[in-house]
Design a protein around this ligand. Structure first.
Ligand SMILES: *Cc1c(COP(=O)(O)O)cnc(C)c1O
Length: 223
């Protein structure tokens, strides 16, 4: 399998050169493939389904940093918390409060997910709903949940200028939230943006975490 290791080292060097970190998105892919990347030294993997994460977590080395990148239902929070190092999809106050309650005095790291694409989606904050969430947290702070930054997905389009504009918007949201709510907190520092089709644009716009699956691992088979 020299190909995967070559592609991996090229990609991880490119991402590191831009000052960002690579999360390899392994949803639908088998544990053997994750083990192969693990053996090459990779530790950050992204999954978007709780049951799949639980199974993979059980079968793979315990020093993997799992990133939860899908919509998280509140009734799954207690299952996910012990398994993950970062939840990218913090998209509501109720979800964050549930995490805080279930954290059991351990720390939970989370990103605020914003809806920046033109496509309609049920998930993701707007600048306004994000502000409401942050104001509520300011009044009644979270004890165990630590907000480390923002996450977003651009529109699925070949129009690079549009994608760049959406990532710029997310970066602006990050900067204003940081200035207003996290000025004193150096750990608020992450902008999770960029997938296979648009990670280069995302890196140009200041991404700190790119989430890449198919470019490295090939097409997903959902059967
Ligand atoms: C699947 C997924 C990715 C990776 O997508 P690719 O196009 O395969 O790189 C990134 N982010 C999220 C939230 C995803 O669900």
């Amino acid at each position: 399998m020299p190909k995967l290791s070559d592609d991996y080292s090229t990609l991880s060097r490119e991402v590191a050169a831009a000052g960002a970190r690579l999360v390899v998105v392994t949803k639908t892919h088998p544990v053997e493939l994750i083990q192969e990347l693990y053996d090459l030294g990779h530790r950050d993997f992204g999954e978007n389904r709780v049951a799949e994460l639980e199974e993979k977590h059980a079968r793979l080395p315990k020093d993997i940093n799992w990133h939860f990148i899908g919509h998280l239902q509140r009734n799954k929070v207690k299952n996910v918390l012990p398994l993950v190092s970062l939840i990218h999809s913090g998209d509501s106050l109720r979800l964050l409060r549930e995490m805080d309650k279930r954290a059991d005095d351990s720390r939970v790291d989370v990103l605020l997910q914003y809806h920046i694409a033109e496509e309609k989606s049920k998930y993701g904050l707007t600048p306004e709903s994000g502000r409401e969430l942050l104001e509520s947290i300011r009044k009644e702070p979270l004890e165990n949940v630590r907000i480390l930054g923002v996450m977003g997905m651009a529109t699925y389009t070949d129009d690079k200028e549009q994608v760049a504009q959406e990532f710029r918007t997310l970066h602006e949201i990050y900067s204003s939230v940081k200035a207003e709510y996290f000025e004193e907190e150096p750990t608020f520092s992450e902008i999770s943006m960029g997938m296979s089709g648009d990670y280069e644009v995302a890196l140009q716009q200041g991404s700190t975490l790119v989430r890449i699956g198919s470019l490295l691992l090939g097409k997903r088979n959902y059967d």
